[in-house]
Design a protein around this ligand. Structure first.
Ligand SMILES: Nc1nc2c(ncn2[C@@H]2O[C@H](COP(=O)(O)OP(=O)(O)OP(=O)(O)O)[C@@H](O)[C@H]2O)c(=O)[nH]1
Ligand SMILES: [Mg+2]
Length: 228
């Protein structure tokens, strides 16, 4: 299963439609996609399930739409996550990309709206960006199919393990890193590693966001005060 996430209005649904042949609503204002929508596509004799998610600025959500995206990335654990970014506003878009990279092992940064960026005189050094982030970066113009074949190839290579991906993880200061280690050692006997990313969970426990901890607890079917 492949997930499409990204800031609002970056072209996620346009890419979803191009890949699946479906007709998800697209239009030039943010917040159009409010629920997750699933579709399928085939590439090299393999079937891919693709999920289009609502636009989101952060995995620490401040709206119900963002919660849909957060829950999907955190709990459904897609095989590969495509972060669709606006090539003309890279800095703002990288916030979400870094958060997704913190939690999932296979990420493709899809740098969409390359045509608009060009028009504004912005060019992006794709190779350096990919090296810095440790994930493949694919430039696209979803409206005219530019880069879509490359995107499909990259997803396939990641899913089949033919392409290395080592998302750059943010390192916090020593005190936080020590706490993370300590909390992880407490999580270890309680929760199977296959269920959730321990480092991410430890960081969220440090955040103390009670709504998120509640969501985690219900996802993990935990009773009592284990997490809070
Ligand atoms: N010029 C240009 N326009 C694009 C490109 N990709 C998408 N668009 C347009 O950008 C607008 C937003 O596209 P959507 O696919 O709806 O964006 P989204 O990310 O799904 O938006 P939300 O669901 O609201 O988060 C639409 O008008 C698209 O036609 C592109 O590469 N270049
Ligand atoms: Mg959309």
């Amino acid at each position: 299963m492949i997930a499409l996430v990204g800031n609002p209005n970056t072209g996620k649904s346009t890419i979803f439609n191009t890949l699946t042949g479906m007709r998800q609503y697209t239009g030039n204002w943010p917040g159009k996609t409010v629920l997750q929508t699933q579709g399928f596509y085939r590439f090299n004799n393999r079937h891919y399930k693709l999920v289009d998610l609502p636009g989101s600025y952060s995995l620490l959500p401040s709206s119900p739409d963002e919660e849909v995206a957060r829950d999907f990335i955190c709990f459904a654990r897609p095989d590969c996550t495509i972060v669709v970014a606006d090539a003309a506003c890279l800095e703002r878009n990288l916030n979400l990309a870094l958060q997704v990279m913190e939690i999932t092992p296979r990420v493709v940064l899809c740098l969409n709206l390359i045509d608009e960026a060009k028009r504004k005189g912005i060019s992006v050094d794709i190779l350096s960006l990919s090296k810095e982030l440790g994930v493949p970066v694919v430039p696209t113009v979803a409206l005219n199919n530019y880069g879509i074949e490359d995107l499909k190839k990259t997803i396939a290579a990641l899913v089949e393990g033919k392409l290395e991906c080592s998302p750059r993880r943010i390192e916090y200061d020593d005190e936080v890193e020590r706490l993370v280690e300590d909390i992880e050692s407490h999580i270890n006997p309680i929760i199977p590693r296959s269920l959730i990313n321990f480092r991410w969970l430890a960081l969220r426990i440090i955040d103390g966001d009670s709504k998120l901890l509640e969501a985690i607890r219900s996802y993990l079917h935990l009773e009592g005060e284990i997490l809070i």
